[in-house]
Ligand binder design. Sequence first.
Ligand code: PDD
Length: 280
Amino acid sequence: RTVYLNGDYLPEAEAKVSIFDRGFVMADAVYEVTSVLGRQILEFDGHLARLTRSLEALGMKNPMDRAEWLAIHHKLVELNDIDEGLIYLQVSRGNGGDRDFAYPPEGTPLTVVLFTQAKPGLADNPQAKTGIRVISIPDLRWGRRDIKTVQLLYPSMAKMEAKHQGVDDAWFTEDGFVTEGTSNNTYIVKDGKIVTRQLSNDILHGITRASLLRYAAEAQMQIEERPFTIAEAQAADEAFFTSASAFVMPVVEIDGVKLGSGKPGPVAARLRELYLEESR
Ligand code: PDD
């Protein structure tokens, strides 16, 4: 695999970053995951806008303009011959020269890394037909989940707990309400109405979420943005989640309770189709 590191395209084994990089010792870095379908990059502008927002929230400046970012994305797709897959992008505050809680001096170069992950069958994911089972787990992440940082230890722990319990993923809850999934935004459907938590610092402002809600509104579907509980989700007709890597993914079981028919429902199926049509 050929990866991008600070201006260079390198074989992955040659892409080296300092052990004093703040991304490594402080998780002082932000990231984006963008999908590629039929060699096309989906939602590029949405991901770039959120990257800029995450960087600014942490006092970093976006180191490149749109054309430069886009050129790197295209070149990596080409060099790695990616038809279906993901592009991972990470910007860290760079090499601090030592381990120090204080940021390195202004002007310290940021560390920019991008790599691709081939995922043949991303669009035709068989899990979209069977649905996914989740458990609920208390949301013990920090209070700025709207910033897409690489502090992913707790979501990783939640994912492992789900696997230990024999299911696929976890939904986080706080004050009795679902915040989001380990790496996705969450929804329920009741009597045809789509319910999803409103945007705030409590959740990541999903790029897939924003587009999907727009497509759903254009298709005259009803949407309510408010928090919901696990009990409400278990009593819903359908549930699903969205992310750049899963698009729209039906959820058929929450904490051992089957939803509706126990099979992926028609609204999630329609939204998945709608998203895959409209975003390409
Ligand atoms: N995760 N919420 C969280 C906590 C996420 O990590 C993600 C994305 C989302 C969905 O956002 P988007 O639709 O922009 O992908 C919501 C990526 C895919 C990841 O960490 O791999």
